[in-house]
Design a protein around this ligand. Structure first.
Ligand code: GLC
Ligand code: CA
Length: 508
């Protein structure tokens, strides 16, 4: 287990929208290099970079055409290596995004596999026996290539699934077992991609749809086996490299598959939305001040998983990512401050999505860009300062429009504002680094009041009290330390914590 993870705080960068250094309207790797000090200044010591590989961008780069080449719009492989080096000089790590489940349909492997002629790549993707063979339980593309067969897609239609085999074989005429040599070769090809970038200085990978590899694998047994093999490779040859899975099932991802970290999202019905998003406007979220939410759904789901996996890896909370509406669509500013207090004081390895530190808004009405659809509104350019495109680009045609409202938050107008989300985020990250108890593997104990809100939890010598409600509340406690940090108004005395509406207290 790489030691650095225990005190890691990640920043997720959507490269096309971060900083455009050459005025062509698209963020680029040089732009990220120029902004490394900004990221470091937040207290983040690691970055997850969304895909930067060559791609036709039907799904913003999650449709890879060449795993070995940086997309020209972002720069060159040499630029990416310079980013690794610049980050390392500053004591920062860079995780690339690995997309192992599918490629673009323009990938050379697929271009060969879809032809009629049989080659050693014919089993790299999953084709049925003939075009008349199209079982409805599979998402198949039918009758659009020379080869007599339909192929399985993993996400959008332009993303054919790579073939790692089928755990349960229901159509033996076209489904291969996971240990078929051609399926093993698919996994080997992805390991080769990993080695290529690790050898160039990458510090690991965020793994896209990590649970999607082997099909008909409900318990993900064969899929986990592939990742354990990858983990063996890392342990042997790249012991400092880290992998975080988009799996959202820590028992499977960490315990069975060997990931170092697993994202806490809402797949498999876990508690993420219940905390920060539930209901159309966040009505039932724990952090909504109307008090209609409750902690139970989250606690019952998270705590057992946390206890089962805490010695083996980390569960990663995130402020948001590039796939969900920003939290500003659901919660008010004070609630968002409390959300950040939660994310940055819980165990695991936290992730901050670019722009969340300044409270960037979800832009609901944008026309879809590069397969973004409803996600497009969370992918708009980073807002740096007043002026053209809020400092993102000199171009008249930025990747996406920036927030055009008069009071659009920018780094410039937020960073010295004592009332800003930026202030809370940077304060909390600094506290997280300062106190060992707040590190990834520190202890956690929830102090319940009937599983209800307000709530509190203890980590070592520190106790965090939260009142997300829009009304005052009191918590009785045996904790009698000093106040280390507070959001809103709250006091502790004589075994009682008096909490004004929407407040947070860190005592130790
Ligand atoms: C993941 C990515 C998402 C992408 C999809 C297909 O969920 O986060 O952005 O569209 O996988 O690769
Ligand atoms: Ca550019």
């Amino acid at each position: 287990m790489p030691k650095w993870l225990n005190d890691a705080v990640f920043y997720e960068i959507y490269p096309q929208s971060f900083y455009d250094s050459n005025g062509d309207g698209i963020g680029d790797i040089n732009g990220i290099i120029q902004k490394l000090d900004y990221v470091k200044g937040l207290g983040c010591n690691a970055i997850w970079l969304n895909p930067v590989y060559d791609s036709p961008f039907m799904d913003a780069g999650y449709d890879v055409r060449d795993y070995y080449k940086v997309a020209p719009r972002y720069g060159t492989n040499e630029d990416l290596v310079r980013l690794f080096e610049a980050a390392h000089r500053k004591g920062m790590k860079i995780l690339l995004d690995l997309v192992p489940g599918h490629t673009s349909d323009t990938h050379p492997w697929f271009q060969i596999a879809k032809r009629a002629r049989e080659t050693d790549l014919s089993n790299r993707y999953i084709f049925t026996k003939s075009v008349w063979d199209a079982p409805p339980e599979y998402r198949l593309m039918c009758g659009i290539c020379e080869r007599n067969g339909n192929y399985l897609v993993n996400y959008f239609s332009s993303q054919p699934a790579l073939n790692y085999g089928f755990y349960e074989i229901t159509h033996p005429e076209w489904q291969l077992p996971p240990d078929h040599p051609d399926c093993l070769r698919t996994a080997e090809a992805i390991r080769a991609v990993m080695r290529f970038w690790l050898d160039k200085g990458a510090d690991g990978f965020r793994v896209d749809m990590a649970d999607s590899l082997v099909k008909n694998d409900d318990e993900k047994i064969a899929t986990a086996k592939i990742w354990r093999r990858v983990r063996e490779m890392l342990d042997a040859d790249y012991p400092e490299a880290a992998m975080v899975s988009e799996w959202c099932h820590p028992d499977r991802a960490i315990t069975n598959a060997g990931f170092h970290m697993d994202f806490y999202l809402d797949h498999y019905g876990n508690g993420y939305n219940r905390l920060f998003r539930f209901g159309e406007w966040g009505d039932l979220a724990v952090f909504n001040p109307n008090g209609l939410g409750d902690l139970k759904g989250f606690a019952e789901e998270y705590l057992p998983a946390y206890n089962r996996t805490k010695d083996k890896g980390y569960i990663s909370f995130m402020t948001n990512n590039h796939d969900m509406p920003r939290v500003t669509a659901y919660l008010d500013k004070q609630a968002i401050k409390l959300v950040n207090a939660f994310i940055f004081t819980m165990p695991g390895v936290p992730f901050l999505y670019y722009g969340d530190e300044i409270g960037m808004r979800y832009q609901a009405d944008l026309i879809s860009k590069e397969g973004g659809f409803s996600r497009t509104g969370s992918r708009t350019p980073m807002q740096w300062c007043a002026g053209k495109n809020l400092g993102f680009s000199e171009s008249d045609h930025p990747y996406l429009p920036v927030d055009l409202s008069d009071d659009a938050p920018t780094v410039e107008n937020q960073k010295d504002d004592p009332d800003s989300i930026y202030r809370v985020v940077t304060d909390l990250i600094a506290l997280r680094h300062k106190y060992d108890d707040l590190h990834g593997n520190g202890e956690l104990e929830f102090l319940y009041r009937d599983d209800q809100i307000p709530f509190a939890y203890r980590r070592g010598n520190l106790t965090m009290f939260f009142n997300p409600l829009g009304r005052e509340a009191t918590i009785t406690t045996d904790c009698d330390g000093d106040v280390i940090y507070k959001i809103g108004d709250a006091t502790i005395a004589d075994g009682k914590v008096l909490m004004k509406p929407q407040s947070f207290l860190l005592v130790g």
